[in-house]
Design a protein around this ligand. Structure first.
Ligand code: C2E
Ligand code: CA
Ligand code: CA
Ligand code: CA
Length: 278
């Protein structure tokens, strides 16, 4: 029993040490990633369900490290959030995505395309975050409504007074606020009354089993009905088939995103797609 116990514990410790080493390695290399031009943004189109047109895109971080290769954002974003790295990286993301959006708007002047950017809680907690957002918009000549800041539901639930104030300041600029991964927070929806939210993004875990799964169908229908009653826009995430798009549209979702319409792609390929469509 003893030997077995030590064996399990030993393996557990080894796994912990391994995790810690991996964490430190990622943090160390991420520190240099911006300087080495190893970070880039991909853009995934957001489609209006009504007519299938591209109305904007979500900016998604990519990191191609010389040694580690492609590191997925689900792996390195949590590491960046544990240090202050996410603040520096987040500033770069916001500026780069807005620069790209200004470019798209120049390709197709009547289009009123918008850009959605993911924002971590650490960024909102930084002093002057809203002022920084205003400065970026001004630098690229963009109206505030062209920018959506995506915030995960858990952030809104755990957010302290400072974070909530920063969200309000951004909304006051005219920037749109979207709740990301909506439905995964398992909690009270009371925050929807307290915080100036403009859109809900239905998490792709609810979309994945549509239209066959009755539970998912009921949940998506209920979310869209509630959002509509609250005057919120609904974006269905992770649409992979026509049947899923049809279902979301029939229930009243406004916009959609997913592999069915396009995977996240480089700025150049999105520009080409927009030029062809305009
Ligand atoms: P998210 O914000 O929920 O982004 C959507 C994720 O779903 C993306 O993964 C996207 O590639 C993926 N996806 C889109 N359509 C489909 C589909 O039809 N099927 C499936 N199976 N997946 C789909 P990605 O790019 O790996 O990003 C993962 C997460 O990393 C994001 O989840 C977001 O939370 C975070 N992230 C990415 N970029 C940033 C950033 O610039 N800042 C912050 N703070 N977080 C970011
Ligand atoms: Ca997002
Ligand atoms: Ca999401
Ligand atoms: Ca997510």
């Amino acid at each position: 029993v003893k030997a077995c116990g030590r064996g399990v514990w030993g393996r557990f410790e080894a796994a912990m040490a391994q995790n810690l080493r991996q964490h430190l390695l990622i943090e160390q290399r991420l520190r240099d990633a911006l300087r080495l031009n190893a970070l880039s943004l991909h853009y995934q189109p957001v489609i209006a369900l009504e007519d299938g047109r591209i109305v904007g895109a979500e900016a998604l971080l990519r990191w191609n490290d010389a040694e580690l290769g492609e590191v997925p954002p689900d792996v390195f974003i949590p590491v960046a959030e544990d240090s202050s790295l996410i603040v520096t990286i987040g500033e770069w993301v916001l500026d780069t995505a807005c620069a790209e959006l200004a470019h798209w708007r120049a390709i197709d002047p009547g289009s009123e395309l918008h850009m959605a950017v993911n924002v971590s809680v650490r960024q909102f907690a930084e002093p002057f975050f809203a002022m920084q957002v205003a400065a970026v918009l001004a630098r690229h000549g963009l109206p505030a409504q062209a920018l959506t800041l995506e915030i995960t539901e858990t952030l809104l639930l755990d957010g302290d007074a400072r974070t909530l104030a920063a969200i309000e300041e951004c909304a006051a600029l005219g920037v749109r606020i979207a709740v990301d991964d909506f439905g995964t927070g398992y909690a009270s929806l009371a925050y929807l009354k307290r915080i100036p939210v403009h859109a809900l993004k239905i998490d792709r875990s609810f979309i994945a089993d549509l239209p066959g799964d009755r539970g998912s169908a009921a949940l998506v229908s209920a979310i869209v009905a509630m959002a509509t009653a609250l005057d919120l826009e609904v974006v269905a995430e992770g649409i992979e088939s026509l049947a899923q798009a049809d279902f979301a549209f029939a229930r009243g979702a406004h916009a959609a995103q997913g592999y069915f319409y396009g995977r996240p792609a480089s700025a150049l390929s999105v520009r080409a797609r927009l030029s062809a469509a305009s």
